[in-house]
Design a protein around this ligand. Structure first.
Ligand SMILES: [Zn+2]
Length: 249
């Protein structure tokens, strides 16, 4: 399978110091770059469908579903003829991001906003009910509840199937993957645990985009060098761990 850069954003908002919140002007510049360089946004349906992909495909995703994704990011993407997937925390629809206890609470997309997003050709995926990591602390039944209940709640709002899932914090193991495969067509991860040598539809590589990066770093992330970038970061982390083990620092 050909490499398609899949980017992970969170918010489009001016919040100094928050790497997950990209100021609207900065987001606009990145969309402008993609549009003027002949990139075409695709969805997970296209990625898995087997039909030929457009020239320079890119897949944009937003985790959690903060309201600014609807008010700031969506109009900008529409202006540039782009689409995206939002992975919505189903229990937070119309509420706030209560799980981010170290940050000021922010409003999340409402049911009407999700419907509007979907009507404009954008995709909604699930991201658990309360943004719980699918780690060994949860029982099989608890994991399945996060999966099935988030899917059900979003399908009820959209009156359409919700086929894709993203692991909160990018955390998953073999069990979480197996259970996710029972309920979704594919699942997006970040970089941890993701195989780089082959495509695993339940551990899809996504590259996090940060508000602290320059436009040049962004360009690299949508280039064919992106997998090398991830591999390089992994080697760096391994070397750091090895050094700590050997030298204790
Ligand atoms: Zn999340």
């Amino acid at each position: 399978m050909r490499f398609v850069p899949i980017l992970m954003f969170h918010r489009v908002a001016d919040i100094p110091g928050d790497r997950n919140a990209m100021p609207p002007k900065m987001f606009e510049a990145r969309m402008e770059y993609l549009a003027s360089h002949n990139f075409h946004t695709i969805g997970f349906d296209d990625l898995l469908g087997g039909a030929p992909l457009p020239e320079r495909p890119v897949l944009l995703t937003f985790d959690d579903g903060c309201r600014d994704v609807f008010t700031e990011a969506m109009p900008c993407m529409l202006r540039h003829g782009m689409t995206a997937t939002v992975f919505m925390v189903s229990g937070a629809v119309g509420k706030t991001n209560a799980w981010e206890t170290d940050k000021a609470p922010s409003p999340m997309m409402s049911a009407e906003e999700l419907q509007n997003w979907h009507r404009h050709g954008f995709t909604v995926g699930a991201h658990t009910v309360d943004h719980k990591p699918l780690n060994p602390l949860l029982s099989d039944a608890e994991i399945e509840r996060e999966l099935t209940e988030s899917r059900r709640a979003l399908e009820e709002i959209l009156n359409a199937p919700v086929d894709f899932f993203a692991y909160p914090y990018g955390i998953f193991d073999a069990r979480a993957k197996r259970l996710t495969a029972k309920h979704f067509r594919a699942a997006a991860a970040i970089t941890d645990n993701v195989p780089l040598a082959h495509f695993d539809r339940y551990a899809i590589l996504r590259i996090a985009v940060s508000s602290k990066e320059s436009l040049n770093e962004f360009k690299l992330k949508v280039s064919s060098f992106a997998p090398l970038l991830v591999a390089g970061k992994r080697i760096e982390a391994d070397v750091r761990m090895l050094r700590k083990r050997i030298f204790g620092r």
